[in-house]
Each structure stands twice: as structure tokens, then as C-alpha cells.
Design a binder for this molecule. Sequence first.
Ligand code: BGC
Length: 266
Amino acid sequence: MLISLKGQVALVTGASSGLGAGAARGLAASGAAVVVNYHSQPEPAEKLVDEIRAAGGQAIAVGADVSKENEVERLFAATLDAFGRLDILVANSGLQKDAAIAELTLEDWNTVINVNLTGQFLCARAALRQFAKQTIRSDISRALGKIIHMSSVHQVIPWAGHVNYAASKGGVDLLMRSIAQEVGEQRIRVNSIAPGAIRTAINTEATTGDAEKKLLKLIPYGRVGEAEDVANAVVWLASDASDYVHGATLFIDGGMSLYPEFRNNG
Ligand code: BGC
């Protein structure tokens, strides 16, 4: 099946860099009009919009902090103003504030939960409210709408020194599955992607030199992932090629979640 998202509108949060930027590129290349949301960096977001337009696609950049209810409302209003509808939400914004548990401040706990978990709730809720105002357009998709949550292998792998992050992603798992259970009969598909180690700016230290060698021990497939590996999964989950996939988490991790330490008999 050849994937085309022509006529569909996608909103990608946290799309000025990393996995979000990759997802926006992939969705635009498949024909979707894309809203590139950014938090604090308009320049790379605008650059990405220019790149998408230069390739013949449609895109706009909109700044908003996904952890703030009024900013999320503004983001969705801007999407509607620009493109008139919404078909695909990629709730991607996320960050890390790492510390050993005894040193972790309440502020850093709250920031990570607010962006990674509450932000996904606020964006999913806004998308569902918008989908409810629309009807299925069978010429563009069998679904009324699609939501893709960006989770992490750390929704199942505990992560010492990153308890706020792991807790937020564990939360994303049950957020996603509970929403999927609730809205499936409205023909709204809800799924997650759980990336492992991907070569993005957030991971530069871990994915170069000796650190990369150490990291590769945790990846049975033997290579670090690229943003495009994740973008391909986003495009598939957004398309009718995955029309019977609902409430699922797709691990894009080269096997990181396979307990690789047990390869040699434990
Ligand atoms: C984190 C990365 C990490 C990867 C595997 C991701 O969710 O953002 O920093 O390398 O999980 O541990």
C-alpha cells in the first residue's frame, strides 16, 4: 500500500527539533499539511516550515507551551485558522531533567510531568474535541481522527536517575490506552510510539564515541536509531495502512526493550 496523507492536516508538538521535526518532515512528504509547534525556538521551526514549503508542501509554525491549557487552546485555534480541520495529532513534546532521586527537586519533577504527561493529555483532549466537530471524510481516511503519543522504551524499562521521565512515560502508556478504549467507537485511532536510543540533539553525548559503544551493548540490532526510523512509524500509524491498529505501542528501539543483558544466558 502506497501511503498518501493528501488532504489531511497534522499537528506535531515539539517539532522544532529531534523526533518532532522528523515526524513533521515525514508527514509533509506524505502529503499532509503540517503545523510545526515549538516551545521556545521559532527559528528552527520557521526553517523547517520553509524547507517543507520549498519541497511543495504546506506548513506553518506556531509557538505554544503544551503544559499550559490556554496556550494549547491557542495552538489548536491557529491550526483551525490556517487549515480548517485536524486529522492527525502527534503529541511529541517532551523533555528530561535528570537527577538521582535524592537530589531531584520538586520543580524538576513537576516540569517533566507537566510537559510529558499533562501536555499529552491537554493536546489529546483538544484534538478529540475538534474531531467531534468533524465528520469522517472517507476520501481522505477511514478514521475520524488519529492520535499518536510519543512515549519511550522507558514506559516499560525503569530508568535510575530519570525517575520523573520514566514515570511520565509510564503515565503516557495508560493515558493512551485509556483514551483508546474510550473513543475507539467514534472511529478515532489512538496509539503510541516508544522510541529507544535515537540520534537526536537530546542524545548527542550518549550516541558518540565510547558512549555510543557502551550504548550499543543495549541494542540487539546493533545500531543507534535515526529520526527517520521514528518518522516512518509515525506516517504509518497516521495512515489507513494501520487502520486496524488501535491502543497499541510500537517499539522503535532496535530491540532495546528485549532485556539484552540476557543474551548470553543472563
Ligand atoms: C530518551 C533517550 C534515551 C532512550 C533510551 C529515550 O526515551 O529520551 O535519552 O537514550 O530513551 O534509553
